[in-house]
Design a protein around this ligand. Structure first.
Ligand SMILES: *Cc1c(COP(=O)(O)O)cnc(C)c1O
Length: 231
């Protein structure tokens, strides 16, 4: 009996994080007076192998986030062959010379942040006839080491995306500074999106997705709370 329950716990383990996150999303939506369907959970599977990802797919999760084109290319085609309805989001920085592969692989790109990348993306989108959802990344904390457009440059950047490069931008993404309360950064991102007529907000990670939902996040990017710590 003892042995058996031990085995059951081992079997239950791989998706207990996902269950907890789903419960917390439901609670945060209720607190915010929002429909659960208005928040897309992007399960961030970077660094995790196909065998760690499979149980999460089996538990019904269909949207996954990766931060590197190369890593995604190595592990997802096989998983997508058996689960063609899985969607992939690129959440990490993108080099212009990888725009081609990114447009092929991803259904959404959360890290559009400079003219040269817009140029490369617009050419690939035209060539491939694929139209990934595009988010402009805003560096709300103006951190020098972090990617993203500065808040004061956001309106001009978004106009250039549309007018110069013909891109359809759908939303904004931000990663608040690690040592600050995330709320003001989420609020600023929401404000910039609103005045630019953008509906989608990619914000909130394992530690702060409930706050992000409160402030209007439509896409939360959650890794360690689902998959456990990264090595
Ligand atoms: C890794 C990563 C996440 C997930 O972070 P967790 O704290 O593990 O939830 C979210 N967004 C981006 C851009 C990331 O690189």
């Amino acid at each position: 009996m003892v042995r058996y329950s031990h085995i059951m716990a081992e079997i239950a383990a791989p998706t207990s994080g996902l269950e907890t996150v789903r419960t917390e999303i439901t609670r945060a939506c209720r607190d915010a007076g929002r429909d659960v369907a208005s928040v897309e959970l992007v399960a961030v599977s970077k660094t995790f192998a196909a065998e760690d990802i499979e149980p999460v797919i089996a538990a019904g999760q269909r949207v996954f986030g990766e931060n590197r084109v190369q890593e995604a290319k190595g592990k997802w085609p096989v998983l997508q062959a058996t689960h063609p309805d899985v969607k992939l989001h690129l959440i990490g920085p993108l080099q212009s010379n990888k725009a081609k592969e990114a447009v092929t692989l991803f259904d959404a790109i959360h890290s559009v942040d400079r003219a040269s990348l817009c140029d490369a993306l617009s050419k690939e989108i035209a060539k491939q006839g694929r139209t990934p959802l595009l988010f402009a990344q805003i560096n709300t904390g103006a951190e020098p080491q972090k990617a993203g457009v500065l808040p004061q440059d956001a309106d001009a950047f978004l106009s250039a995306c549309r007018e110069t490069y013909g891109l359809t931008m759908s939303g904004l993404m931000c990663i608040p500074p690690a040592n600050e309360a995330p709320g003001p950064h989420f609020a600023l991102t929401a404000k910039i999106a609103k005045r630019n007529g953008l509906k989608l907000l990619s914000m909130g990670m394992s530690a702060d997705f409930a706050v992000a939902i409160q402030l209007g996040a439509t896409h939360i990017r959650v890794g360690s709370a689902i998959f456990g710590g990264r090595h």
